[in-house]
Design a protein around this ligand. Structure first.
Ligand SMILES: O=P(O)(O)OC[C@@H](O)[C@@H](O)c1c[nH]c2ccccc12
Length: 265
């Protein structure tokens, strides 16, 4: 079994333990938080930044002791992030649903629920939690599942980040007419990061699509490489949570240099 299969199995087990009738969720949908327009946030001129709250990863274990995810999210917001990603997968990423709720409450930016979304239940749950953007990983889903979960998410008003890692997956995302496609440089089955994935795949995605470069971005040169390939947004976790000074790290990545690094405005 590869890593992705193991993670998915764990997700389904955890889901079984908190499952309530899906109708209970459907009945509450009218009470869900107001959406913040994720797509709009990622559509500005220039490169958008999605900054991630990530405690741990299956490849590296604990990345940083995030004792106060809300404070980190506020730094991301202050440093100019366009959207905040919050990992909610517990077993391998030490993510927490409560982080998503607390972070969204404390900031004004849209939020991405970063998890392994495999069922309709999770889509309804995400909407009720206030996710503005939801991740669907092509490698984890059949075409029928992908289409159904995508359609349900958009019906509920959420935007969808459709994640791909190879040409075949990219084609499936394009065929779906996904409006936001993320190219993950990390292969979730082996956890290996390959620097050439952005250059190979991003140019195959139509320019009308928001193209997000994901994973392994830690230097300004990485960002420039993703931009050259055609990325319109970047998604960064590890290098920001480990930086100790996320605001400076973000400005460095975006090419705003060190001059503003200690501006507290
Ligand atoms: O920490 P990094 O290398 O900056 O990567 C962030 C993000 O791309 C990564 O967390 C990620 C991309 N796709 C995922 C799917 C599930 C969980 C996590 C991910």
């Amino acid at each position: 079994m590869n890593v992705l299969d193991e993670i998915m199995q764990g997700v389904l087990l955890d889901l079984a333990s908190r499952q309530v009738p899906i109708n209970d969720l459907k009945q509450q949908i009218d009470l869900a938080p107001k959406l913040r327009g994720a797509k709009q946030s990622l559509s500005k001129a220039g490169t958008s930044l999605i900054a991630e709250i990530k405690r741990s990863s299956p490849s590296k274990g604990a990345l940083s002791q995030i004792t106060d995810p809300v404070a980190l999210a506020k730094s991301y917001e202050r440093g100019g992030a366009d959207l905040i990603s919050v990992l909610t997968e517990e077993r391998r990423f030490n993510g927490k649903i409560t982080d998503l709720i607390a972070v969204r409450d404390a900031i004004g930016l849209p939020v991405l629920r970063k998890d392994f979304i495999l069922t309709e239940f999770q889509v309804y749950e995400s909407r009720l939690l206030g996710a503005d953007l939801i991740l669907l990983i092509v490698a984890a889903l059949s075409n029928a599942q992908l289409r159904d979960l995508y359609q349900l998410s958009t019906e509920l008003g959420m935007d969808v980040l459709v994640e791909v890692h190879d040409e075949e997956e990219a084609q499936r995302a394009i065929d779906l007419k996904a409006e936001i496609i993320g190219v993950n440089s990390r292969n979730l089955k082996t956890l290996e990061v390959s620097a050439s994935v952005f250059e190979e795949l991003i140019p195959t995605i139509p320019s009308s699509v928001i193209r997000v470069a994901e994973s392994g971005i830690s230097t300004r040169a990485d960002v420039v490489q993703a931009q050259k390939a055609g990325a319109t947004a970047i998604l960064v976790g590890e290098s920001l949570v480990k930086s100790g000074d996320p605001i400076s790290a973000m400005r460095e990545l975006l090419g705003h240099g060190q001059a503003f690094a200690h501006d507290n405005s």
